[in-house]
Design a protein. Structure first.
Length: 135
């Protein structure tokens, strides 16, 4: 899964080299099996509990951008960021938005989860490239 994503993000760099430029973070900090919910989604309480630790990751690493794997996490994170007043006005689309947090803008983009059967590296390479060039 990580290798597929890295091939989309940095197609000209070997995936082992690409790890120098990318940090991975699981928004929900528990393992979720498909038996526990629709497509293995966590209960709402786990999303709520994951929000403050996510902000601490921003405080620690100050990423240039955030790429979110899958719609469920994208929509839940968007909900909590909006509820907290962090989404910048006029930046929201179906696949991206920008948050303003602690004096910095963070562009966020949603992609299909790389473990999904329909994930196409070439398609996401182009979309990610366009996203990265937009800021």
């Amino acid at each position: 899964t990580h290798t597929k994503f890295l091939k989309s993000l940095l197609p000209d760099i070997h995936h082992l080299e690409a790890y120098k430029y990318v940090a991975f973070y699981n928004f929900v900090q528990i393992a979720v099996s498909a038996k526990e919910g629709l497509l293995g989604q966590a209960d709402e309480k786990y999303y709520e509990l994951s929000f403050d630790p996510f902000l601490k990751v921003l405080d620690m690493y100050h990423p240039d951008c955030i790429i979110i794997w899958g719609k469920p996490v994208f929509h839940k994170l968007q909900y909590y960021l909006e509820k907290s007043g962090y989404i910048a006005d006029g930046t929201r689309t179906d696949e991206s938005f920008t948050i303003q947090y602690d004096g910095k803008n963070y562009p966020l983009m949603r992609i299909m989860h790389p473990s999904c059967g329909g994930y196409k590296i070439s398609l996401w390479t182009d979309k990610i490239k366009d996203f990265l060039q937009s800021f």
